[in-house]
Design a protein around this ligand. Structure first.
Ligand code: ADP
Length: 262
C-alpha cells in the first residue's frame, strides 16, 4: 500500500504570536483525525512559534557565518524536538504508534536541498505499522554549513522516495488564494493549481507571502508542483476546521486547493 504523507502546518499546531505556545486542543483533535488513517502514514510538522523565531534570530538559513550560530542551531533544533514531543504525545494518546525521526540526523543536505536521506529505518517502521514523525529542522549543510530544512521540502522528498500516493497539507486558511487572505479581503480561493495555470498565479501569490524563513505559500506550491510532475497529487486544506483534515486523508478531494499536473 502506498503511504500517505500529511503535513501539519506550524500555524495550525502552535500560536504563531506566542513563543513556544502549543495549540493543545487543536493538536488533540488533529491527532484523533490522523488516527483514522488505516494504511501507512508519515507525518511532518512545521515549526511555528517554536522553530521560526530562533531560526531567524540566529540567521540559520543564511549559512554558517559566526560562532554564535552554533548555539543558535542547537537551540532551534531543541525547540523543534520539544514541539515534536508534544505532537508524539498527542498521537500516542489518540492510539497511533508514532515515532520521532529527527531530520538533522538522517538528511544529507547541501545548498539547502536534500541530497539523500537514510530511509531504511523509516521504510521498516512503515512496514511494521508505525507512523514516522518528522519536522522542519535546523540541519548541517555540506556546502553552507547550516540551513533550515523545511517541512515542505521534506514532504516532497519523502513522497517521491517512499512512493506516496498522496500528500495532504493542513494549514490555517482554506487553501491557496490569489493573495494572502489574512491581508487581502479580495483574495480568491484557487481550487486547483496546475503546471499550466501556475505561472500566471505565481506573481500575485509571491508578492503576498514569504514572511517566514521557509518562504510561505508560494514556496509550498513550488515544492508540490515538482511532485505533481511525478504524478503524485497534493491538496492544501484548512486543518483548523474540525473534520476537514480527516475527510481529506480519507480520500475526499476538492476541500481546499489541489496541486496536480494536468
Ligand atoms: P505553515 O506554517 O502552516 O506551514 P505558512 O505560515 O508557511 O504555513 O503558510 C500559511 C500562511 O500563508 C497562511 O496562514 C496565510 O496567511 C499565508 N499566505 C500568504 N499568501 C497566501 C496565499 N496566496 N494563499 C493562502 N495563504 C497565504
Amino acid at each position: 500500500m502506498k503511504p500517505l504523507i500529511v503535513k501539519l502546518g506550524g500555524s495550525v499546531i502552535t500560536d504563531k504570536h506566542r513563543r513556544f505556545a502549543v495549540k493543545r486542543s487543536a493538536l488533540k483533535r488533529l491527532a484523533s483525525e490522523l488516527a483514522t488513517v488505516k494504511g501507512p502514514l508519515v507525518v511532518v510538522h512545521g515549526g511555528g512559534s517554536f522553530g521560526h523565531p530562533l531560526a531567524s534570530k540566529y540567521k540559520i538559513d543564511e549559512g554558517y557565518k559566526n560562532e554564535r550560530q552554533l548555539m543558535g542551531l542547537s537551540l532551534t533544533h531543541r525547540a523543534m524536538e520539544r514541539l515534536n514531543a508534544h505532537v508524539i504525545d498527542a498521537l500516542q494518546k489518540a492510539g497511533l504508534p508514532a515515532i520521532a525521526i529527527p531530520p538533522s540526523a538522517c538528511a544529507v543536505v547541501s545548498d539547502g536541498r536534500i541530497q539523500s536521506m537514510e530511509l531504511a529505518p523509516i521504510k521498516k517502521l512503515l512496514e511494521l505499522g508505525l507512523a514516522p514523525i518528522l519536522y522542519g529542522d535546523a540541519v548541517p549543510d555540506l556546502s553552507r554549513g547550516m540551513c533550515i530544512l523545511s517541512g515542505d521540502q521534506l514532504i516532497v522528498y519523502l513522497a517521491r522516495e517512499l512512493g506516496a500516493g498522496r500528500v495532504v497539507l493542513g494549514v490555517d486558511v482554506d487553501g491557496v488564494y490569489t493573495g494572502d487572505p489574512k491581508v487581502d479581503r479580495n483574495a480568491k480561493l484557487v481550487p486547483e493549481i496546475t503546471l499550466a495555470n501556475w505561472p500566471k498565479l505565481v506573481e500575485s501569490i509571491s508578492s503576498a507571502g514569504g514572511k517566514d524563513v521557509t518562504g510561505g505559500m508560494a514556496n509550498k506550491v513550488r515544492e508540490l508542483l515538482a511532485l505533481a510532475e511525478r504524478r503524485v497529487e497534493a491538496e492544501i486544506v484548512n486543518a483548523t476546521k474540525p473534520g476537514t483534515l480527516r475527510r481529506a486523508i480519507l480520500g475526499e478531494r476538492g476541500l481546499g486547493t489541489r496541486v496536480v499536473a494536468r
